[in-house]
Design a protein around this ligand. Structure first.
Ligand SMILES: NC(=O)c1ccc[n+]([C@@H]2O[C@H](COP(=O)([O-])OP(=O)(O)OC[C@H]3O[C@@H](n4cnc5c(N)ncnc54)[C@H](O)[C@@H]3O)[C@@H](O)[C@H]2O)c1
Length: 385
């Protein structure tokens, strides 16, 4: 008999939908002790949250997250609201003894993130940050390839995260989805929104970043604010480039912008090592590219006249997560990364083994983001610790 886990979902936007979809599907595809129950969802406006609750099958809704957190019939609070709400909700939820799932970036600043980690660890509640890209099977396979020594001594890590949706100067700041352009709600621009993903993936694959030097740019200096209806200065970073030195001695370049015409969600990385390389592109997400130079066990060179990049279609049963989905050759998509992440979290509470990335790991990414922004302000290299 599986155990119910009563979910309290905050936010009905982009992430409210991906998470709700995951709660509904996870037990159909993964054999788990717990099954999520869509107990309640929450947002400030009843006219918005009521139809969302009906559409996804939530039993009830709230218009104040505090009420949701206080409810005895909720086991887990899922924070899918903008970044400036994460800290207060996470701390209140932990103090109420609820499990907490939180969207990325964990917080607006390192200081906020520290407080959140302390509250979560004091309460001893299960927690996870939704860095869902770790659960793209091709990225999980890249981690396996690196851990098997197939890349070998790393030299270069190269990440890009490019979009183009804010080029027009009449895109307003503030309000639904556009809160991302308002620093008082988002904390930062592409650094916290996009590079946080790149940093989480990079540190997962290639270990901790030791130091960074960065340059940011804000191309459109003023935008109409959708909530105040006034022209206001734009204080987020529209674009950010940074150089990184990893603790293992390898060098990294990271580039992110919302001004790369034609790029919609171009999230790529490449890691080059002595024995091989891996490359991934989220716009072609079922593939991992791998270049094999040497045998990982013997170190013996295998390169010959037929050597080249292998483009691996990551859909076989032996590939990460894929034995839960369709048959080899059939792909899965963006929404499945959230289902895979949720399955890992539910398995974690079943076994007592904490699921990664937890809040501490999310704080680590926050530290790199804050260091990047500090470096962009001062023009100096910044050490992470
Ligand atoms: N993991 C990912 O790939 C990914 C992708 C997009 C967004 N995110 C993160 O998810 C979070 C939400 O982003 P989104 O794109 O879903 O935003 P969104 O604008 O689509 O939705 C935000 C939701 O939060 C609700 N909300 C705002 N303030 C609230 C409050 N005080 N109380 C209750 N509800 C409130 C809004 O009504 C809305 O339903 C952000 O932290 C964002 O960085 C993560």
């Amino acid at each position: 008999m599986s155990k119910p886990l009563n979910i309290g979902m905050i936010g009905y936007g982009f992430m409210g939908r991906t998470h709700s979809n995951a709660y509904r599907k996870v037990n159909q595809f993964f054999d788990l002790e717990y099954h999520p129950v869509l107990k309640a969802c929450c947002a400030r406006k009843e006219e918005k949250i009521k139809p969302f609750a009906e559409n996804w099958g939530y039993e009830s809704f709230e218009t104040d997250w505090r009420k949701l957190v206080e409810r005895d019939d909720i086991d887990l609070i899922d924070i899918g609201s903008p970044n400036n709400t994460h800290k207060e909700i996470a701390i209140a939820a932990a103090e109420a003894g609820k499990m907490v799932l939180c969207e990325k970036p964990l917080a607006m600043t390192v200081e906020e993130g520290e407080e959140m980690c302390e509250a979560i660890e004091k309460a001893g509640v299960a927690n996870m940050v939704w860095f869902n890209y770790r659960r793209v099977p091709a990225i999980t396979l890249a981690k396996q390839v690196v851990d098997e020594g197939r890349v070998g001594k790393p030299f270069h890590y190269r990440a890009t995260y490019l979009q183009d949706w804010t080029i027009a100067s009449d895109v307003p700041q503030g309000g639904a989805a556009l809160w991302r352009l308002d620093a008082s709600v988002a904390g930062s621009g592409v650094t916290g929104d996009l590079l946080a993903h790149s940093i989480d993936t990079a540190e997962w694959l290639n270990g901790p970043i030791a130091r960074v030097v960065a340059k940011t740019e804000t191309f459109v200096k003023e935008r109409l604010h959708a909530e105040t209806n006034a022209m206001q200065p734009v204080t987020i970073d529209d674009a950010c480039m940074f150089l990184a030195i990893f603790e293992n001695g390898s060098m990294g370049t990271f580039e992110s912008t919302r001004y790369a015409r034609g790029r919609k969600n171009y999230n790529t990385f490449e890691l080059n090592g002595e024995q091989g390389s891996v490359f991934f592109d989220l716009e072609d997400p079922q593939y991992l590219s791998y270049f094999k130079y040497a045998d990982p066990k013997t170190g013996e060179k295998v390169e010959d006249h037929l050597t080249g990049w292998q483009k691996i279609h990551v859909t076989n049963f032996e590939h990460p997560y894929m034995d839960h989905w369709w048959v080899p050759g059939c792909t899965i998509g963006y929404e499945h990364t959230f289902i895979n992440a949720l399955a890992d979290f539910l398995k974690g509470i079943e076994t007592g083994e904490p699921t990664q990335p937890d809040f501490r790991s999310g704080l680590r990414t926050q530290k790199v983001c804050d260091a990047v922004l500090e470096s962009a302000r001062t023009g100096q290299w910044v050490d992470i610790n």
